[in-house]
Design a protein around this ligand. Structure first.
Ligand code: MN
Length: 248
């Protein structure tokens, strides 16, 4: 089995090394990741500039682009053989609820959705994780389980792991995405010339975060596994939209 590993924290992130290390025990691994932190890049592609790939001493390949660039370029030409699946992470910080819309980690997995096996994004619930080995172990267990070719392709799993020693993790839970409140305000400052500048603020607090959600599972000490789909159509509103269009 061949696995393509990427992330949005950059090829030097400890999380991607932990993930590559774990999955190497089970499969042939190629690491292609952004050359710097591209968290929040979502599904963006670089269209106006050339994309360059550089191989490093440890075999990892860095790309001067986004997570989606990395996976797109890898599976459409850079790699000689198509991988069976993409695994993205281990991201510094959880990607739960509305975070998945902005996440480059989830985007990297999404870009691998047409390969032979389900794609997976994996994140740990801390910005300075102490227990990457727990998330790496969860990644390995899940990938071993996913290597069954009868599983549907186009399946994307969004995995979030509590930053706890493995012995304190209670197991796996399948979850739905929760929701957050509106984001916190931007930080507004002045640059040295007196012009206003803005820093994007923190995400909103958890809103829909009760039992059944990713937020709840991780808070309760479980590895949260959410199946995602890319269809953004609001099927429930199709009829209403058609009716409304008639009146124009
Ligand atoms: Mn990130």
């Amino acid at each position: 089995m061949k696995i393509l590993i990427s992330n949005d924290d950059g090829y030097q992130s400890p999380g991607i090394a932990a993930l590559a290390n774990a999955l190497q025990q089970f499969s042939e691994v190629t690491v292609i990741a952004p050359d710097r932190d591209r968290s929040g890049a979502s599904n963006s592609l670089t269209l106006e500039n050339p994309i360059r790939a550089r191989q490093h001493e440890n075999g990892f390949i860095s790309v001067n682009g986004t997570p989606t660039d990395c996976v797109h370029v890898a599976i459409t030409g850079l790699l000689e053989e198509e991988p069976d699946m993409v695994v993205a992470g281990i991201n510094n910080g959880a990607n739960m609820g509305d975070d998945v819309l902005y996440s480059g980690t989830v985007a990297a997995a999404t870009e691998g959705r047409f390969l032979g096996l389900p794609a997976m994004a994996i994140s740990i619930n801390s910005f300075s994780p102490q227990h990457l080995e727990s998330a790496a172990r969860a990644a390995l267990e899940l990938v071993q389980r996913l290597s069954d070719p009868s599983l549907t392709t186009e399946m994307i799993l969004n995995v979030n792991v509590p930053d706890l020693p493995w012995s304190e993790i209670k197991g796996y839970q399948s979850t739905r995405l929760g929701h957050r409140h509106k984001a916190e305000p931007v930080y507004k400052e002045r640059d040295p010339r007196g012009h206003p500048i803005y820093w994007v603020g923190p995400p909103g607090a958890e809103q829909d975060a009760g039992p059944g959600t990713d937020f709840y599972a991780v808070r309760s000490g479980y590895v949260s596994v959410t199946p995602l789909k890319v269809d953004l159509t609001n099927h429930q509103q199709l009829q209403q939209t058609a009716a409304w269009l008639k009146d124009i």
